[in-house]
Design a protein around this ligand. Structure first.
Ligand code: ACO
Length: 402
């Protein structure tokens, strides 16, 4: 029989930390997070400050290049993004190959992966310049690809970017304008989206970001790495939770609005398999500072836009019931960033199947910054170990004898 101790002698012992609950994968200077105190900072700036005072592209620059841009740096960065919003016309044809009912997240990750085929060679420039151009292309084209995936799902004609518009208005115009009617840009909507995108811009080594770093650690190109991150984000335990939250709130409403029934079901998650989406977080154990900002923003935006969404009341009732329940208190389960974001997206007219896409547009600068840092730190290829639990050595039986 095979003696496992001989294998141990050769390989040493490995630590087993399923889900990496307590394993640091890297050193990073991008985002600071204190889960006990509910603190989140990008490059040393408090999330509350950035959400109140900065623009999304300023925050993108900060995350990617380490400092807030000067006026001149910002003008160069912003102008470059404006100039690169168009996507290669041949990429448009790829959209026609998808079924109309395709989820926009699947389309988004495929098209970002396809960017590596369309934008691979940049002749005669330094590695740094090449990376900068890839970064600009990603930031510029993601909203175009995102809105086209949505237009495709409606069977509507796609809108080309209008580069006289700023980043968020350009996105809104591509998303909502029709050949028969231009979308009127409302500053309340622009401001609300600005805050949401900033809140989502980075969150250190979460599932999608770790995916981007892991894929990039094999020296895969930035488009493939970020496409993998988009796929990781889609899962309902990660960014996909924002869509799940609204669907859950709708279901509660359709079921008569009895929140306590759903709190009870979630308390028995092990048997019912039902979790309260938008509750709980791997790192935040007191509150999610982003959820605090979003909850207030949801109230403000709905009242400014004059939207009366009964689902907001259900959400507040659910939060209230859960926060007074021992099951949730003892496990330190609080609303996370996804709990109220969907309510704002809905008020802005963004359809449910686009919620996670919005998250991806927001998270893009973080993925880019983390990919860039990983490469600059010359990190080794990521390669976790395992504890083998399978069969020991056995003899092969030929097919004729089985
Ligand atoms: N509803 C009911 N029970 C929950 C919930 C929930 N939403 N979240 C965690 N629990 C319970 C678990 O059943 C477990 O109970 P136990 O101690 O009796 O075994 C305990 O709380 C710990 O939960 P874990 O799953 O071990 O915690 P983990 O850190 O692995 O998971 C996660 C964190 C994935 C966010 C989890 O809380 C969850 O599934 N939440 C719902 C999905 C969600 O909102 N995801 C978005 C996260 S934020 C983001 O990605 C942007």
């Amino acid at each position: 029989a095979f003696d496992i101790s001989s294998l141990r002698d050769q390989t040493g012992y490995v630590t087993l930390d399923r889900g990496y609950k307590n394993t640091g994968a890297t050193k990073s200077a991008i985002t600071f997070l204190d889960g006990e105190e509910g603190i989140l900072q990008y490059r040393g700036y408090a999330i509350e400050d950035l959400a109140a005072k900065a623009s999304f592209l300023e925050v993108a620059y900060l995350l990617i290049y380490g400092e807030l841009p000067t006026k001149e740096q910002y003008a160069v960065f912003e102008t470059a993004i404006r100039r690169h919003t168009l996507v290669n016309e041949d990429m448009r044809k790829i959209f026609d190959g998808f079924p109309v009912k395709a989820h926009p997240m699947g389309v988004l990750s495929s098209l970002v992966s396809a960017m590596s085929a369309f934008y691979s060679d940049i002749e005669g420039s330094s590695e740094e310049d090449k990376t900068d151009l890839h970064i600009i292309r990603l930031l510029a084209k993601l909203p175009t690809i995102a809105t086209w995936s949505y237009k495709r799902s409606l069977g509507h004609p796609m809108n080309y970017p209008k580069n006289q518009l700023d980043y968020i208005p350009n996105f809104l115009n591509m998303m909502f304008s029709l050949p028969v009617e231009d979308y009127k840009i409302d500053p309340v909507v622009v401001e609300a989206l600005n805050v949401l995108l900033i809140l989502h811009a980075d969150h250190e080594q979460n599932c999608s970001t770790s995916t981007v770093r892991l894929v990039g650690s094999s020296q895969a190109n930035i488009y493939s790495s970020i496409s993998a991150g988009i796929s990781a984000l889609w899962g309902p335990l990660h960014g996909g939770a924002n869509q799940e939250v609204i669907e859950m709130l709708e279901a509660i409403r359709a079921d008569g609005g009895d929140v306590s029934k759903y709190v009870d079901m979630a308390k028995n998650a092990k048997t019912t398999g039902f979790r309260l989406f938008g509750f709980g977080h791997r790192v935040y154990k007191n509150f999610d500072p982003r959820a605090k900002i979003i909850k207030k923003a949801a109230d403000d935006v709905l009242s400014k836009l004059g939207v009366n969404d009964p689902v907001l009341e259900i959400a507040k009732g659910l939060e209230e019931a859960a926060l007074h329940d021992d099951y949730f208190i003892s496990r330190k389960l609080y609303p996370n960033v996804d709990f109220y974001s969907g309510i704002i997206y809905r008020a802005l007219g963004i359809p449910t199947n686009m919620f996670t896409v919005m998250f991806a547009i927001g998270r893009l600068p973080g993925w880019i910054a983390q990919w860039k840092e990983m490469r600059e730190q010359k990190e080794p290829i990521g390669r976790p170990r395992q504890i083998y639990t399978g069969a020991t050595l056995r003899e092969f039986t030929p097919l004729s004898k089985r």
